[in-house]
Design a protein around this ligand. Structure first.
Ligand code: SAM
Length: 229
C-alpha cells in the first residue's frame, strides 16, 4: 500500500475487499481512498467529510494525486454521504470514538442492507461499537489490534449475520481473545495499571467504589489468565 498511509490505515486497508466501491466516512485528508486507488486495490470511492476544513483538504489531495474522476469527495454527515444508487458495498469509518461510529451507523442504518462489509477503527469504546453491531445483526468476522506511536488501536471488520457475544467478548473482542496477541496483553496490562492507580486514590472507607474497581481489575486478570468468559 502507498506510503502516504499511517501503519494504522495500512492495516485498515488490508480488510477492504479488492474491487469494492468504498465509502470512507470522516475521510479527513482522504489518504485511505487515495492509497487504495493508487495501488489498484479499488477503482472508485466516495470520501465523506462533515467538517469544511478536512473536506477542503480531501478535495485538494484528491486533485493533487489526479484522482478527481475516481474519488467523489462529499461534504456530508456520516452515511448521508451516499445513496443506495451509488452501489457502495464497503464502508470504512476510522479514527473516531466507538460511540460516534455507532451513532453514525445508527443514523443511516436503513442504507446498510447492500453494504457487504464494515471496516471500523474506533479509538475507544470498542465495547459500545460491538454492542451496536450485535444488536443490528452484524457479525464480527475479523479483529486486529495494533500499536502506532505507543497507542493501541483495534480494527473491527463486520458483515451481515447474527451472532451472540458474551459480555467478555463485547469488551475484549471475540477474535482478539482467541488470538491473545502480545499487543492485546500489553493493552490490558496497561489498563490494569491505570485502574490500580485509580484504586489507590479511593479512600479506604469508600467500600462500594473500591470494590467496583477491584472487580474490574479482577475481570481483566481472569481474561489474561485464560479463565474469563
Ligand atoms: N479517518 C481518518 C483517519 O482515520 O486518519 C481521519 C480521522 S479524524 C480524527 C476524524 C474525522 O472524522 C474528522 O475529519 C472529522 O471531521 C470527521 N467526522 C467526525 N464526525 C463525522 C461525521 N458524522 N460524518 C463525517 N465525518 C465526520
Amino acid at each position: 500500500m502507498d506510503t502516504i498511509l499511517s501503519s494504522r490505515l495500512t492495516e485498515v486497508a488490508t480488510f477492504v475487499p479488492k474491487g469494492s466501491k468504498l465509502l470512507d466516512v470522516g475521510s479527513d485528508h482522504a489518504y485511505l481512498p487515495i492509497a487504495l486507488i493508487q495501488s489498484g486495490h479499488i477503482s472508485s470511492a466516495i470520501a465523506g467529510e462533515v467538517v469544511q476544513g478536512p473536506y477542503d483538504s480531501a478535495v485538494k489531495n484528491v486533485a493533487k494525486y489526479g484522482l478527481s474522476d475516481q474519488i467523489d469527495v462529499r461534504l456530508a454527515n456520516g452515511l448521508a454521504a451516499f445513496e443506495v444508487t451509488d452501489g457502495v458495498n464497503a464502508i470504512t469509518i476510522c479514527g473516531m470514538g466507538g460511540r460516534l461510529i455507532a451513532d453514525i451507523l445508527e443514523a443511516g442504518k436503513e442504507k446498510l442492507a447492500q453494504v457487504e462489509r464494515l471496516i471500523l477503527q474506533p479509538n475507544n469504546r470498542e465495547d459500545d461499537l460491538r454492542t451496536w453491531l450485535m444488536a443490528n445483526e452484524f457479525t464480527i468476522v475479523a479483529e486486529k489490534i495494533m500499536t502506532e506511536n505507543d497507542k493501541s488501536y483495534e480494527i473491527l471488520v463486520a458483515e451481515h449475520g447474527k451472532e451472540v457475544l458474551t459480555k467478555t467478548e463485547l469488551r475484549f473482542g471475540k477474535h482478539l481473545l482467541t488470538e491473545k496477541s502480545e499487543t492485546f496483553v500489553a493493552k490490558w496490562v496497561r489498563e490494569i495499571e491505570k485502574l490500580e492507580v485509580a484504586l489507590s486514590q479511593i479512600p479506604e472507607n469508600n467500600d462500594s467504589d473500591r470494590s467496583a474497581l477491584f472487580q474490574k481489575i479482577e475481570i481483566i486478570k481472569e481474561v489474561l489468565n485464560g479463565s474469563g468468559k
